[in-house]
Design a protein around this ligand. Structure first.
Ligand code: PAF
Length: 283
């Protein structure tokens, strides 16, 4: 595996591979890798000849009171894991390499509408940070295909929208959420949970399953179901930001739909904000 923090090395290596006829896949990450991230690399390998990963904890997507400083940084273990997943190149840029001018003066990429609701409403500016860094990474790597996990479902929709709106020839490949045996969606932030909170955390995924059960049984009071799920979570020790039932494109649901996605975000304890989602299809 080639390891570089240099844009020149990244570009010349990818140019050489392209000259050899290789198709390039890309898995952007913020490190502290778990099985969900490695699955991204595996899926990319199913579609392309060379896989590039990046590790960059992006300051632009963290709010002023969020966990940028505390975000786990485990570079050596991450590199070992990427090597065993047969990653061809890992790009580990510094903040100065990614953002060569003060963040306040930086050109930004914004996806309005989609970026302001759900996660965007609770984390103002978050998705502008995500789309700005992903746009810059896409321009550096120029992949044929990029992989994103379904756990960050809204992020996936926003990246798809950005790529479509800007006309980039990049296929966005989604990868199903990887879960722990007890159902908890894998996330780097699960490491913030105390042992007691960790035992409790799968209740979020179970609550989404309960909402799905009601939809499958024919209930169509979307607002009522969401409110009831939030109440259950709050009585169960969570502090719920939202539970929301949407169409797969995140537009408001209709009783005539046959497919929905249930999305939720909830705090468990003072440090850990969990997000999860569940897709339902009646077709
Ligand atoms: O999903 C993530 O880990 C990040 O939001 C991403 C896509 C790597 C951008 O920093």
């Amino acid at each position: 595996m080639i390891l570089t923090d240099s844009i020149d090395t990244l570009r010349t290596t990818i140019a050489r591979w392209r000259a050899e006829g290789a198709r390039i896949g890309f898995a952007p990450t913020m490190g502290n890798l778990h099985a969900g991230h490695l699955r991204l690399v595996e899926v990319a390998h199913e579609h392309v000849d060379r896989v590039v990963a990046s590790i960059f904890v992006n300051p632009l997507q963290f709010g002023p009171n969020e966990d940028f400083t505390a975000y786990p940084r485990t570079l050596l273990e991450d590199l070992e894991a990427l090597k065993s997943a047969h990653t061809d190149l890992t790009f580990t840029p510094s903040v100065e390499t990614m953002y060569p001018r003060p963040l306040a003066d930086l050109t930004r990429v914004t996806v309005p509408g989609l970026g302001k609701q759900l996660e965007g409403a609770h984390r103002p500016g978050h998705f502008d940070g995500v789309t700005t860094v992903v746009a810059r990474l896409f321009n550096l790597v120029q992949p044929d295909l990029a992989v994103f996990g379904e756990k960050d479902y809204q992020q996936l929709c926003i990246i798809r929208r950005m790529v479509a709106d800007l006309g980039w020839p990049i296929r966005i490949q989604s990868v199903p959420t990887v879960r722990e045996p007890d159902g908890l969606a894998m996330s780097s932030r699960n490491g913030y949970l105390t042992a007691e909170e960790r035992r409790h955390a799968p209740a979020l995924a179970r609550t989404l399953q309960e909402v799905a059960g009601h939809l499958r049984a024919g209930e169509r009071d979307f607002a009522g179901l969401s409110l009831a799920a939030m109440q259950i979570l709050n009585e169960d020790g969570f502090r719920t930001d939202y539970v929301s039932i949407r169409r797969p494109d995140l537009s408001p649901p209709s009783p005539d739909d046959r497919e929905w996605i249930i999305l939720a975000a909830a705090w468990l304890g003072p440090r850990t904000r969990l997000i999860d989602n569940l897709s339902i299809s009646l077709v």
